[in-house]
Design a protein around this ligand. Structure first.
Ligand SMILES: [Zn+2]
Ligand SMILES: [Zn+2]
Length: 336
């Protein structure tokens, strides 16, 4: 039913692509991170919560059709529905059914309930296409409450000494989670790139914790014991150096293993991730009941090999997902 083409993942009978990376006529979009939602498609289909972010990032004039979770569409005799992926607000797994065969494309997902996104729902299928961003046994997350508590304690510790807490997290997804984690102890300042996304969510009625947009020109000098949330592209920037007496923390699943050279100079790291950890990936694969699993971006050979070893037929596929979300997302966003 699916072909892995130069343009992206293609549903042959349905004549649509899922998260294509080259321009095509019809694209179903799992979520609005820039490695999954690209410019140049004639028509987009996505969850209704994804639409405002898609327009913000790709242009107000793009052609978008929206659906709710579990709403069934028929596209060229293929049954199509979107189901919660728990990755970020509006993120979806795509279920496609044709002649009794069901395939699910997970997009990016996590099993943990982050308190903002609609929680992940396992969908039974014959073929399951999974991401594998953190597909190694060393990646296992703490409970959401516990990791949030760790972050809160770090902030409170800084606050006591009048030190500002700069927290680095992706503008779409992570930033809102950080706002949620600190909501009882702070009305955080956020970078403009984050408040643009927050506004898009607020406009369609999604509730977010209180925040304020930082004015880098005037405000930083007299800040004391505040929380400032900024995207990764600002790490080490002169803009942040204008904030007096501050410690910097990075929120990313990669913080579980403090290897990445770029982040080593941070004062703290919290393994808060919007992707499934090793246990979560295995749980999703098993609960899908799939006969065949296709593994995409991340540690795909490691996860695929393990699945084959435990008797689940698994194949690696090459896609162009995974790169921008980790590094370039915000840089692209600021250019547009
Ligand atoms: Zn993503
Ligand atoms: Zn991704």
């Amino acid at each position: 039913m699916l072909e892995f083409r130069r343009e992206g993942i293609y549903c042959v009978p349905g004549q649509f692509y899922i998260d294509p990376w080259l321009p095509v006529d019809y694209a179903i979009i799992t979520h609005a991170h820039s490695d999954h939602a690209r410019i140049g498609m004639k028509k987009y289909l996505c969850h209704k919560f994804t639409e405002p972010i898609l327009r913000l990032r790709l242009g107000a004039d793009i052609k978008v059709q929206t659906v709710n979770y579990n709403e069934e569409l028929s596209i060229n005799a293929v049954k199509v529905s979107l189901h919660p992926a728990g990755h970020i607000i509006g993120s979806a797994q795509v279920r496609i059914e044709y002649k009794g065969k069901v395939t699910v494309v997970s997009g990016d997902f996590k099993i943990q309930d982050d308190g903002l996104s609609t929680p992940f729902e396992p969908i039974k299928c014959h073929d399951f296409i999974t991401e594998s961003t953190f597909g190694l046994p060393i990646y296992n997350w703490l409970e959401v409450n516990q990791i949030n508590q760790n972050l809160v304690e770090w902030v409170l510790n800084n606050k006591e000494k009048g030190i500002n807490s700069i927290i680095i997290g992706y503008a779409l997804g992570k930033a809102q989670r950080i706002m949620n984690a600190v909501k009882d102890i702070s009305v955080p300042y956020v970078h403009y790139a984050i408040s643009k996304i927050n506004n898009s969510f607020l406009e369609i009625g999604i509730q977010l914790p209180a925040y304020q947009t930082i004015d880098f020109q005037n405000k930083p000098k007299d800040m004391q014991g505040e929380v400032i949330i900024v995207p990764p592209s600002l790490f080490g920037s002169t803009m942040l150096k204008g904030i007096p007496r501050s410690f910097t923390a990075i929120c990313s699943g990669w913080m579980q293993v403090r290897g990445a050279r770029r982040w080593r100079s941070a004062d703290a790291g919290f393994a808060i991730s919007d992707h499934a950890d090793w246990t979560g990936l295995l749980k999703a694969v098993k609960e899908s009941n799939a006969e065949r699993v296709y593994v995409t971006h991340g540690f795909k050979s490691e996860l695929s090999r393990y699945l084959n070893e435990i008797g689940i037929e698994s194949h690696e596929i090459t896609t162009q997902f995974g790169v921008e979300e980790e590094i370039d997302e915000v840089i692209n966003e600021e250019k547009s």
